[in-house]
Design a protein around this ligand. Structure first.
Ligand code: ADP
Ligand code: MG
Length: 390
């Protein structure tokens, strides 16, 4: 049991025990002929931070609203811990689910002050006036907004309004907090700072969190577990590392960040990796479970997998000498603070986001080396998923 000292009287935060697991089985939801959810299973452990990542229209909000009880699923069940929340005609009303939500548009009451907005969230908790006031003060303190407690939402910036919404979400110590793209309306630097606050405050509270976003960087930064949603289905559920290093489908690989792709033929295994012939070259790769010898494959290349090397004098000396390094030309270079991202062309296609701490000037001829760990081979006919990836 963790005891967190706050500015008010010491209050025991049972961080390990407060969060509640969420268990979803076979949920479906259609709006007329649009199938927003086509059978989703999802397990979230107590106090875990899960992010659902997917493009616009993939069903994220529908799933979250169903869990919140704002919407009813057509079929399937929802349990919080052992408790049945919804199945068939059984449907626990939203306000009795013991959860809170943070929305993209803040959803604060415009006619209430900051303090009143936060206090409203615990109006049903039968706390004495003093205890309730202390809770509100403490929650505002935790999001750094004590000084603004008498202000109205319209007097605050977007970031401050979202902090109020965050204070409101955690003030009642709910076992489950749901986030629907809470950072989408904010500027980049603020988004980064508030993301850290959401992660630390939610984790410190011990609540279970389900957070939805279309932004892969946000998902990777926040999540203990990521579910990638595509057209109403979860295509993969795993840790950020599993999703990045071993994407289950082309869609997951593309949606979580590619530098580019080449086509080739799978020739077999080599040294714990797969091997693909691309034009004159033999590249090592991580094969998906669906590739087999002699089939055409698509190599999906993570931006982090490419390296630039100087082209030695007199290259190429002999075509057979080096089968992994590919002759390339720098097309563009962009300063990124920590170094430079390059756009690079070679005979097999274009790669973007090729990082180096030094800048390679436009037009430079160089060699491109692709690390096998970020080079993912999928059957080339698996293209159906491709058109949905952007
Ligand atoms: P996301 O949050 O991932 O962008 P949504 O859950 O909002 O996706 O939407 C999933 C699909 O369901 C989309 O095709 C969307 O147009 C449709 N949809 C969502 N809500 C409604 C609604 N109230 N009426 C009709 N169609 C809807
Ligand atoms: Mg949405």
């Amino acid at each position: 049991m963790t005891v967190i000292q706050s500015s008010g009287p010491a209050r025991e935060l049972t961080a390990e025990s407060r969060g509640e697991g969420v268990h979803i089985r076979g949920v479906r939801k259609a709006y007329g002929t649009v199938e927003a959810l086509k059978g989703v299973d999802l397990d979230i452990a107590a106090s875990q931070f899960t992010v659902l990542l997917g493009p616009s229209g993939s069903g994220k909000t529908t799933l979250l609203r169903g869990i919140a009880g704002i919407e009813r699923f057509d079929v399937g069940s929802v349990h919080f811990g052992d408790k049945l929340i919804s199945r068939g005609s059984h449907h626990l009303p939203s306000e009795r689910r013991g959860l809170s939500m943070v929305f993209q548009d803040y959803a604060l009451w415009p006619h209430m002050t900051v303090r009143q907005n936060v206090a409203y969230a615990i109006r049903r908790q039968r706390l004495g006036a003093t205890a309730a006031e202390l809770r509100v003060v403490e929650a505002l303190d935790r999001v750094g907004l004590s000084a603004k407690s008498a202000a109205y939402p319209h007097e605050l910036s977007g970031g401050q309004q979202q902090r109020v919404a965050l204070a409101r979400a955690i003030v009642g110590d709910p076992p489950l907090v749901l986030f629907d793209e809470p950072l989408s309306n904010l500027d980049a630097d603020l988004r980064e700072r508030l993301r850290v606050e959401i992660a630390t405050l939610t984790r410190a509270s011990g609540a279970t969190a389900l957070y939805i976003t279309h932004d892969q960087a946000e998902a990777f930064a926040l999540a203990d577990q990521i579910g990638v949603l595509n057209q109403g289905r979860i295509e993969q559920l795993g840790t950020p590392e599993q999703i990045y290093q071993a994407p289950a489908t082309q869609f997951v690989a593309r949606f979580t960040g590619l530098g580019g792709s080449f086509v080739g033929k799978y020739v077999g295994d080599r040294g714990g990796y797969g091997q693909v012939r691309v034009g004159e070259h033999q590249l090592r790769c991580v094969p998906s479970s669906t590739v087999a010898r002699h089939i055409d494959v698509e190599l999906l290349i993570r931006p982090t997998a490419s390296r630039l090397l100087p082209r030695p004098e007199g290259w190429p000396t002999s075509a057979s000498e080096n089968l992994e390094d590919i002759e390339a030309t720098i097309v563009d270079v962009a300063y990124r603070g920590r170094g430079y991202d390059h756009v690079v062309d070679c005979a097999y296609g274009r790669l973007v986001g090729v990082f180096d701490v030094q800048a390679w000037p436009r037009g430079t001829r160089c060699l491109l080396r692709i690390e096998p760990d970020g080079c993912l081979a999928f059957p080339a006919e698996d293209r159906a998923t491709r058109s949905n990836s952007r």
